[in-house]
Design a protein around this ligand. Structure first.
Ligand SMILES: NC(=O)c1ccc[n+]([C@@H]2O[C@H](COP(=O)([O-])OP(=O)(O)OC[C@H]3O[C@@H](n4cnc5c(N)ncnc54)[C@H](OP(=O)(O)O)[C@@H]3O)[C@@H](O)[C@H]2O)c1
Length: 235
């Protein structure tokens, strides 16, 4: 059985990716702060695919001690991690002029420090898999900005830099920067289903990733941008 870890698996894109991986037959370790929600998801996934193993971990990705302990526990449980989905993240938007600095710090703690800690902690488990794949969920805004998006875009530019540097420092691994456009999730205090037309669904993002995961392991997928046709093309 291939193995995968998903951070931020309790809802939104992470949850949809976890469901896709379960259907693809991966043994799963799911992490997020909402442990009860993960346990509900685990029951749901085992109904979808009874042949897989699902373990859940309450985890705050900003806490270095927790991240390292969870990575050790997952390493012991799975042995090796074929696919690591570095997905946990938050959104907050507003003009820079009066952007709340506690929110600014929180954005960087979850979106940047959390990614750094997760990649550091899971490197041995990815290496144990041979050519393990780290999927770092950034955003289509990891190369652009917009008014009201300064702090969030800055975190995603930073995530892109971390993902690319990590790939160069670990050529034995594969690192994919997954860059979804606007997606209908619980992101930035929204409710799934509220976003309306013009947004991708989380399942559509997961379906795009599924195609990449089916590639042979000698293929190095470096970047996947997936956006609704309602968004202005970037090229
Ligand atoms: N929605 C979009 O338009 C969009 C577009 C491009 C990229 N993205 C990126 O996609 C990723 C997932 O976002 P989403 O849209 O699916 O949002 P979401 O529905 O709000 O889900 C966010 C997930 O991250 C987890 N999380 C948040 N803070 C955490 C922490 N400190 N420690 C551990 N887990 C934490 C949440 O779980 P708990 O609250 O249970 O911890 C939840 O499972 C993020 O990195 C986001 O930046 C989103």
């Amino acid at each position: 059985m291939p193995t995968a870890v998903v951070t931020g698996a309790s809802r939104g894109i992470g949850r949809a990716i976890a469901r896709m991986l379960a259907i693809e037959g991966y043994d799963l370790c799911l992490a997020a702060r909402s442990h009860d929600e993960l346990d509900r998801l685990s029951d749901e996934l085992l109904e979808v695919s009874s042949r897989i193993d699902v373990a859940t971990f309450g985890l705050d990705v900003t806490d270095a001690v927790q991240v390292r302990a969870t990575a050790r526990a997952i390493g012991d449980h799975l042995g090796a991690v074929d696919v690591l989905i570095v997905n946990a993240g938050i959104g907050a938007f507003g003009a820079m002029a009066d952007f709340d600095l506690d929110t600014f710090d929180r954005l960087f703690a979850v979106n940047v420090r959390g990614v750094m800690l997760t990649l550091q902690a899971f490197t041995p488990a990815l290496q144990a898999a041979g050519s393990g794949l780290a999927v770092v969920v950034s955003s289509d805004v990891s190369t652009r900005v917009f008014p009201g998006g300064g702090p969030y875009c800055a975190t995603k530019h930073a995530v892109r830099a971390l993902a690319r540097t990590y790939q160069q420092e670990h050529p034995e691994l594969r690192v994919l920067e997954l860059r979804p456009g606007a997606t209908d999730t619980f992101f930035a205090d929204t409710d799934e289903g509220d976003a309306g037309p013009g947004h991708l669904t989380a399942d559509e993002v997961a379906a795009a990733l599924r195609g990449v995961l089916r590639l042979p392991v000698h293929v190095r997928p470096e970047e996947l941008v997936v956006r609704s046709t309602a968004q202005t093309p970037e090229f």
